[in-house]
Design a protein around this ligand. Structure first.
Ligand SMILES: NC(=O)c1ccc[n+]([C@@H]2O[C@H](COP(=O)([O-])OP(=O)(O)OC[C@H]3O[C@@H](n4cnc5c(N)ncnc54)[C@H](O)[C@@H]3O)[C@@H](O)[C@H]2O)c1
Length: 419
């Protein structure tokens, strides 16, 4: 196995956090929740779009939690989400959504409301700001990935990780690590199923994404609603979408990349935004492990996502579509139970990932055994940013150079005039 180089050093975190925020977060004493084994967990959903609805739905369907407060920049998102959760929760005999907050300062209202945790599913640009507000209010947090779109934001989140430690539970939306088949595969690789990992290969070929439109929207509102096509708001697809595969590399190798070479282009999808539509990246991990990665995001309806690890004793494969296996000296196939029963293994490896993560998070709050994935989330986001910056700058980029860059992006949109 590749030896772990350990996550971002504490010294790097502290140094950069001071540069990034100029302050040290103090979680309000007494506002963090104590263990609450028997009570229903109330969720505040900040960012009522596709992912927020999906993850909050998994909490309601797979735990005894309920969504009680919503916040969003735009009224139409609040209306549809409130209706959805009122109907879903009524069927389950749970409460209705009691409050909604709209506009650019809605995040400040939701963190002060009577909820146990805030699910942050706003666009990535806002994640450091929204995370800090949740932690300042002493609430548990489930933060969607990526944790930021720039280096400074990642370092701020890493610094917030230190301050959150032991006081609240903090998850980051890398649900694949909770998927039962993915985690079984990773455990086998850690146990040496293919020997010391020599090299890695992965890809994220995705379909194009829908354009968002509402009548009468201003150019600024159009840009915000279509944040995924903006580098500054979304981080570019390497960071916004492909990050799941890079997180899997880091997870299995128990390390972050040391340097990267990359290229990216905007060749097919040129009608909107400034993000690239395809990427080719080579990462160099400790122990001379090289990892290739390729992505596209422009075809109308085709997509496939997967990764392979190669070692002297065999190789592993993992695909979103369901085929997870190890071939070589220690063969294994996910879903082999159904194979033994004479059937082809049919598994949905992503199917149980978010539900299991939701259950583990609620349990951590109820038991008082708090999780803290902020540092790991910052590290995976920085790993994706490393590939992105190597491509943008057209040169090899090292981890140290990236952290030292203190890269900081600000949108030209006046967010206070939206919503
Ligand atoms: N873990 C996963 O597999 C996964 C999958 C999809 C998306 N995501 C992540 O989830 C997040 C949201 O993605 P999405 O696809 O739901 O996007 P979306 O555009 O559908 O939803 C974002 C929501 O946030 C709202 N919003 C925008 N700015 C806001 C602000 N300043 N304050 C409050 N609300 C604001 C928007 O109006 C919208 O309702 C992103 O970080 C994305 O990368 C994760």
């Amino acid at each position: 196995m590749a030896k772990s180089v350990g996550p971002i050093g504490r010294r790097e975190f502290v140094k950069s956090s001071v540069a990034a925020t100029g302050t040290i977060l103090i979680t309000k004493p007494g506002t963090a929740f104590s263990a609450r084994a028997n009570s229903t967990i109330n969720i505040g959903l900040l960012g009522c779009g596709g992912r927020g609805n999906s993850v909050a739905g998994d909490f309601v369907n797979h735990t005894d939690a309920q969504v009680t407060v919503l916040a969003d920049l735009f009224a139409n998102r609040l209306e549809s989400t409130q209706k959805r959760f009122n109907e879903l929760q009524q069927k389950k005999g749970r409460s209705k959504v009691s409050k909604t907050f709209q506009g650019p300062s809605a995040y400040l209202d939701i963190v002060e409301s009577d909820v146990d945790f805030v699910l942050v599913a706003s666009p990535p640009y806002f994640h450091p700001l929204h995370l800090k507000a949740v932690l300042d209010a002493g609430k548990h947090v489930y933060l969607e990935k990526p944790v930021s779109t720039d280096v400074r934001g990642c370092m701020q989140v890493a610094s917030l990780a230190l301050k959150a430690e032991g006081k609240v539970s903090a998850e980051v939306g890398f649900q694949i690590r909770y998927g039962s088949h993915f985690s079984e595969l990773t455990r086998r690789l850690w146990d040496g199923a293919i020997g010391d990992i020599a090299c890695v290969h992965g890809f994220y070929f995705a379909g194009d994404l829908p354009r968002q439109s509402v009548s009468g929207m201003s150019p600024a509102e159009a840009k915000m609603r279509n944040w995924v096509f903006s580098r500054i708001l979304g981080g570019d697809i390497m960071v916004e979408q492909n990050i799941h595969v890079i997180d899997a590399y880091n997870w299995v190798l128990r390390a972050h990349p040391l340097r990267a070479e990359a290229t990216a282009a905007r060749k097919v999808r040129t009608d909107i935004g400034d993000v690239s539509d395809h990427w080719i990246v080579t990462y160099y991990y400790p122990n001379d492990v090289r990892a290739s990665f390729m992505a596209t995001q422009f075809l109308p309806s085709w997509g496939t996502v997967g990764w392979r690890f190669f070692g002297p004793d065999g190789f592993s494969e993992a695909f979103y579509s369901g085929d997870l296996n190890i071939q070589g000296k220690n063969p294994w196939v996910a879903g082999a139970d159904s194979m033994a029963a004479g059937k082809k293994p049919e598994i949905d490896p992503l199917g149980d990932a978010t539900p299991l993560k939701a259950q583990a998070f609620v349990k951590s709050i109820k038991d008082g055994n708090y999780h803290n994935q902020l540092k790991q989330g910052a590290e995976s986001t920085l790993s994706a940013i490393l590939g992105r910056q190597a491509a943008y700058e057209g040169r090899e980029m090292t981890w140290g150079e990236l952290l030292a860059s203190d890269q900081h992006w600000e949108t030209d949109i006046d967010v206070t005039k939206l919503g």
